[in-house]
Design a protein around this ligand. Structure first.
Ligand SMILES: [Zn+2]
Length: 233
């Protein structure tokens, strides 16, 4: 099994060509960490996802009635509760679905918190709201050993550089979750156990050759993206 650290580094590397702002790399890091939530050692995180989701849904129901993000958190917890290791979250369909759900939950919680601040007349900077939501997601997906480092890096970045609502590109948030997830699959494909990458359509396992094929696709897309969208080239 590849370590959390190698998955984190691969996620950052794979996300790098596509970003206009270093801040988005935090989402690639989260995306690269998501698939291994299906590991037996992370069952306690899955239980806390469901628990937090229920508490937040009830709170939001009474505060402003917008419970959707809380329900998505419960749904994610239920998905991982029923997932066996290297199952759904280690397939292409899985990382697309999970990237959608995580980005949707992130955007949902950010909007809900912004609305609550307005409703209660509290002036909280947008970057603080983003920080709170990203710490919540990080709490579930980042390895315990690196969680404080993640929170510290996030806090330092937001204090030094900030992040305004107008700067946010929600498509890039989704893209970073996806690219991070893809980097995770490529690393796991290189292990002897391989992955049933195309489940539920194809059940057989894929190994090194598929890892190389996906890496080449990433490389072509990354170079193409840099050539067409990077003003420096
Ligand atoms: Zn994995």
């Amino acid at each position: 099994m590849s370590s959390f650290r190698s998955h984190a580094l691969a996620g950052l590397l794979f996300g790098l060509p596509f970003i206009s702002n270093v801040f988005y790399l935090f989402f690639a890091l989260l995306g690269a960490s998501v698939p291994d939530l299906d590991h037996q050692n992370n069952k306690h995180k899955v239980y806390s996802m469901i628990g937090f989701g229920v508490v937040l849904s009830v709170l939001l129901f009474f505060l402003n009635g917008d419970v959707l993000s809380g329900l998505v958190l419960i749904l994610l917890g239920v998905i991982f509760y029923f997932s066996r290791h290297r199952g759904f979250s280690h397939t292409l369909v899985g990382i697309v679905v999970l990237s959608c759900l995580f980005s949707f939950m992130f955007m949902g919680f950010v909007s809900v918190l912004m609305r609550l601040c307005i409703d209660f007349g509290v002036n909280v900077p947008f970057s603080s709201i983003v920080f709170i939501v990203m710490v919540l997601i990080g709490y579930f997906v980042i390895h315990r050993r690196y969680l404080m480092l993640y929170i510290l890096a996030l806090a330092v970045y937001l204090v030094l550089f900030g992040f305004d609502f107008g700067m946010f590109n929600w498509y890039v948030v989704f893209g970073m979750f996806l690219v991070g997830g893809l980097s995770h699959l490529i690393l796991d494909l290189r292990t002897p156990a391989g992955l049933s990458l195309f489940k539920p359509f194809i059940k057989r396992k894929f190994h090194q050759k598929m890892a190389l094929f996906l890496f080449i696709i990433w490389l072509v897309v990354a170079v193409g993206y840099l050539v067409y969208f990077n003003p420096l080239i």
